[in-house]
Design a protein around this ligand. Structure first.
Ligand SMILES: Nc1nc2c(ncn2[C@@H]2O[C@H](COP(=O)(O)OP(=O)(O)OP(=O)(O)O)[C@@H](O)[C@H]2O)c(=O)[nH]1
Ligand SMILES: [Mg+2]
Length: 355
């Protein structure tokens, strides 16, 4: 074995002690961040009219919507109870439980490796649990939360995704939410492909009191988009939401159609579409991740609406989506009702999983 010269040895020791100090500081920061329903997500709380009470209601709703995913996450949460050390067995179990919770390989590896680096041979306590929570939260945080509104003219939000992922329902929920926020909302029924798609959106719009632009089934969706833009500009709507037909990224002609709609709204309204939300069905777990990766290659997406979280234990896929695809999750669907769409907030989401 080659002996390490004393100068190099002291350099290594200095580096290790510096790393230890940095990890200690990080752990302190984590300790300072307690995840309770009432001190998380300050921004969310400020935005709601009734303050803590309303925020508490939202938290309860998200918790209920995530019931199945929370069930799987108990496998992770339970690892932090009892007297044990951060050793190989603990790290393997942490890895297994995160994978079982659909967090995905890349995100799981990152978390396990950081726990190993920061806490190896230490007691498994509250600080390790808080560190993992912080890692999960940081993985989801994104500066581009919500909808980015244009300062001039209508903001156009285009919705895309595979068949049945929940596009139309999410549009109804989103339109309803934005209307309640005081926005003047118009919806364009650009799914002229599937039978009854226009009727489905019409029924939702009647129910929520939102205006719609539509044509016959089979007509050119780009023409509907064109009319909708004209109307949105003429009548000074704040937001135009464009529904589109479900499609696979492999259906070239349908993908071209999506590009055409994109182009048409861009010609009518500068910078449009300002947001392109890809709607993903969370019940498909890691398939949703693959779908997002494929779609992103063909369409410029700005965010994700993750639907049907209420019906699945695979909600952990949200970590994999963000980590692997890099797109922010903007809204989550937690039920079939018109009020069952919530802005995605990493603090609330992670807190709900660990409650
Ligand atoms: N439980 C639950 N069901 C949802 C949610 N979002 C949508 N759904 C249901 O999913 C089904 C499909 O929803 P749609 O909105 O029609 O889906 P779509 O993507 O527009 O479908 P196509 O237009 O056919 O491509 C409906 O039965 C919805 O009620 C959700 O967040 N939770
Ligand atoms: Mg639809």
């Amino acid at each position: 074995m080659t002996a390490i010269p004393p100068s190099e040895q002291s350099g290594k020791i200095a580096t290790i002690s510096l790393m230890r100090r940095m990890i200690g500081l990080l752990a302190d920061r984590v300790n300072a961040t307690r995840f309770t329903p009432y001190n998380i997500c300050a921004s969310n709380r400020q935005q709601t009219k009734g303050g803590d009470r309303v925020f508490g209601r939202i938290f309860t709703k998200i918790k209920a919507g995530l019931a199945k995913t929370r069930g799987v996450f108990t496998g992770v949460v339970d690892l932090f109870t009892g007297n044990r050390r951060v050793d190989k067995a603990f790290l393997t179990q942490l890895e297994e439980q995160l994978l079982l919770a659909d967090v995905g390989f890349a995100a799981t590896n990152q978390i396990v490796e950081r726990v190993r680096q920061g806490f190896l041979d230490q007691e498994v306590g509250e600080n390790v649990k808080l560190f993992v929570q912080e890692q999960l939260r940081a993985m989801l945080s994104d500066p581009s939360a919500g909808i980015h509104y244009t300062s001039a003219g209508p903001t156009v939000v285009m919705i895309a995704g595979v068949n049945g992922s929940g596009k139309t329902t999410s549009i109804a929920k989103l339109a309803n939410r934005l209307k309640q926020d005081g926005k003047k909302v118009l919806v364009a029924a650009c799914d002229t492909f599937r039978a009854a798609a226009v009727e489905q959106l019409t029924v939702w719009c009647e129910r929520t009191g939102v205006d719609i632009v539509k044509q016959q089934q089979g007509s050119d969706p780009a023409a509907v988009a064109h009319d909708a833009c004209e109307r949105a500009k003429a009548r000074q709507y704040d937001v135009l939401i464009v529904d589109t037909a479900g499609r696979l990224h492999t259906q070239t002609h349908l993908m071209r159609e999506l590009e055409k709609i994109h182009r048409i709204v861009g010609k009518q309204i500068p910078g449009a579409p300002h947001e392109v939300f890809l709607v993903l069905d969370s019940t498909t777990g890691q398939n949703a991740v693959a779908q997002a990766e494929q779609f992103k290659k063909t369409v410029h997406c700005t965010g994700i609406i993750l639907t049907k979280l209420d019906g699945t234990a695979k909600g952990g896929a949200v970590f994999a989506i963000k980590h692997k695809v890099g797109l922010p999750v903007k809204y989550i669907g937690v039920g079939e009702g018109v009020d069952d769409l919530e802005p995605f907030d990493p603090d609330t989401f992670v807190a709900a999983l660990f409650e």
